[in-house]
Design a protein around this ligand. Structure first.
Ligand code: HEC
Length: 249
């Protein structure tokens, strides 16, 4: 009886076929060179008996890590100059899903944040940035959001139809940002994404500017309610018609 129960539990956890025990993952050199994956992957394999083999970004793979979060990509860690996303082939085998699940599990998270060559932590969790605004919905006051966008963001971004979209060279307009599949994630976390941390203060969320690095411009100072209003406004915008899929950065 006990044996049967144990076996059932094992089956529920999902035994993997031999061919599901190898995940090929495309990774850019910049990430490989940090040494982080040598810390991360063996710890995953030890737990699951699933091996992850690194391949070049051009090769066939079940999964890919990159800093461009395209459709369906999931943010997994932050560091080494980027917010890293994992994307997975639609019909990837179950071993791949194990890896994605493990990355966001408690033990996976601890493994990510424990990487500290020479005592310096190199990677943080993406949740750290958005945790404070998780409850944000698009039910803020869109009209207020429009005027806040004009006064706080309009210095650099074209935020409304009557603003010239090409005025500020490379700064993307809100209409262009709105076309990105993860636009909402980017707006929720904008204060943590460059160049904003240098000049943005969100009440009760961002740390004060470092004393030796005050804001180089008149700071953008706001509350989470303001951000919620801006999100509601951006949600209401018609995304720019770009003709072709946007290659952001
Ligand atoms: C001083 C100029 C400046 C101000 C003010 C500013 N931004 Fe930006 N923002 C930028 C630049 C430049 C970029 C492009 C960064 C890049 O492509 O790496 C950007 C990019 C963004 C992005 C995309 C970020 C990413 O990495 O995907 C979002 C979202 C954004 N801004 C939101 C806002 C909001 C909301 C406000 C107002 C509350 C605001 N910005 C105010 C300069 C500014």
């Amino acid at each position: 009886m006990v044996v049967a129960v144990t076996l059932a539990a094992l089956l529920a956890a999902g035994p993997l076929r031999a061919e599901d025990r190898l995940v090929r993952m495309a990774v850019p050199d910049a990430l490989v060179e940090t040494g982080f994956l040598k810390h991360l992957l063996p710890r995953f394999s030890l737990k699951t008996q699933v091996r992850v083999q690194l391949v070049a970004p051009s090769e066939e793979a079940e999964a890919a890590l990159g800093t461009n979060g395209g459709a369906g990509a999931k943010p997994v860690f932050q560091g080494a100059q980027g917010l890293w996303h994992i994307s997975v082939l639609d019909d990837a085998h179950p071993g791949t899903a194990r890896f994605v699940d493990w990355l966001s599990s408690e033990i996976g998270s601890r493994t990510i944040t424990a990487y500290a060559p020479e005592g310096v932590q190199m990677f943080t969790l993406p949740e750290v940035q958005v945790a404070a605004v998780e409850e944000i919905s698009f039910e803020g006051d869109a009209e207020l959001g429009q005027s806040l966008s004009r006064s706080m963001c309009g210095r650099c971004h074209a935020v409304a139809d009557d603003m010239h979209l090409n005025d500020i060279g490379s700064t993307p307009s809100f209409f262009v940002l709105r076309t990105l599949p993860d636009w909402d994630y980017r707006f929720q976390a904008f204060y943590a994404l460059n160049p904003h941390p240098a000049f943005t203060q969100v009440e009760d969320v961002t740390p004060p500017f470092p004393e030796d690095r005050p804001s180089p411009i008149v700071p953008v100072a706001m509350t989470l309610d303001d951000l919620e209003a801006i999100l509601a406004y951006v949600a209401s915008l018609e995304p720019a018609d770009l003709g072709a899929p946007l290659q952001h950065q």
